[in-house]
Design a protein around this ligand. Structure first.
Ligand SMILES: N[C@@H](CCC(=O)N[C@@H](CS)C(=O)NCC(=O)O)C(=O)O
Length: 79
């Protein structure tokens, strides 16, 4: 399952969401506008920054939209 921590209005998050749409990937989105979700993100990754991808099947977690974009294209290419 792919989880994407996002924030409403975040252009970097939109970039990743657009890539997901292009590749036909769906994410469980978690929005850090909710303080509980923000605390969960900090506990998980170490800082409050979105987007943040969790690929639980592969045990991969990462910040940085460009890195997430490259990771998705490499691991979930469109059929
Ligand atoms: N270089 C990062 C920049 C990400 C970034 O600046 N995210 C902002 C939102 S657009 C953020 O997490 N701010 C912290 C906050 O809103 O609490 C990337 O490309 O992912």
């Amino acid at each position: 399952m792919l989880i994407l921590y996002v924030k409403t209005g975040c252009p970097f998050c939109h970039k990743v969401l657009d890539t997901g749409e292009e590749l036909g990937i769906s994410f469980e989105q978690k929005n850090i506008a909710d303080d509980t979700v923000a605390a969960e993100l900090v506990a998980r990754g170490g800082k409050r920054q979105v987007p943040y991808l969790v690929d639980s099947e592969k045990g991969i977690e990462m910040y940085e939209s460009a890195d997430i974009d490259a990771y998705l294209r490499a691991n979930y290419p469109k059929n």
